[in-house]
Design a protein around this ligand. Structure first.
Ligand SMILES: [Zn+2]
Length: 170
């Protein structure tokens, strides 16, 4: 367990969105291009915001813990946010956050296959780059990560199939 002091130290080092962008650019150098290459479902004559802007805005919304489009609209209406989105999407002409109606409309129309292709490209690039290799258990076993720990939780082992967490004594 982290102590409160350790937590404070960790918070001090947290550079927020800068860290996020460094990690993204490091592992997914071509993410922007991949996003821009997706089939844009909108009528080309009505497009004002490009796909990269919209997708990065959606990513920012989730990364920044904005629970609703309305909350995002209010909190993102700042010069800093526009600059951040401009950096992330690489669109130097961006001078205003896209409207959330535009984002909603776009996400409604976008084919889920496009996003699943995007995810596939990300996973493939992690595998090709051997990013997981040095984290193998005992140097040879692949770890499988399951995110389902909160689905059922019991204080006592309630059946033979239950996984248990054990406290490590140092
Ligand atoms: Zn059980």
């Amino acid at each position: 367990m982290m102590t409160k002091k350790e937590k404070r130290e960790r918070m001090k080092q947290d550079k927020g969105i800068v860290d996020f962008m460094m990690v993204t650019n490091h592992f997914f150098r071509k993410l922007r291009d991949w996003i821009a290459e997706m089939d844009d479902p909108r009528n080309p004559s009505y497009i004002t915001d490009n796909q990269t802007d919209l997708n990065y805005m959606a990513i920012l919304k989730n990364v920044c813990g904005q629970h609703s489009m309305k909350e995002m609209e209010e909190n993102f209406n700042k010069e800093n946010c526009i600059r951040t989105l401009r950096l992330m999407s690489g669109n130097r002409r961006l001078d205003e956050m896209p409207h959330y109606d535009t984002l909603n409309y776009y996400l409604e129309k976008l084919s889920p296959e496009c996003l699943s292709e995007l995810r596939k490209k990300m996973v493939v690039s992690l595998i090709r780059g051997k990013q997981f290799n040095r984290n193998r258990l005992l140097g040879k076993y692949w770890r499988v990560i399951l995110d389902g720990t909160g689905l059922s939780y019991f204080k006592e082992k309630h059946c033979d199939n239950c996984l248990c967490t054990e406290k490590q004594i140092e």
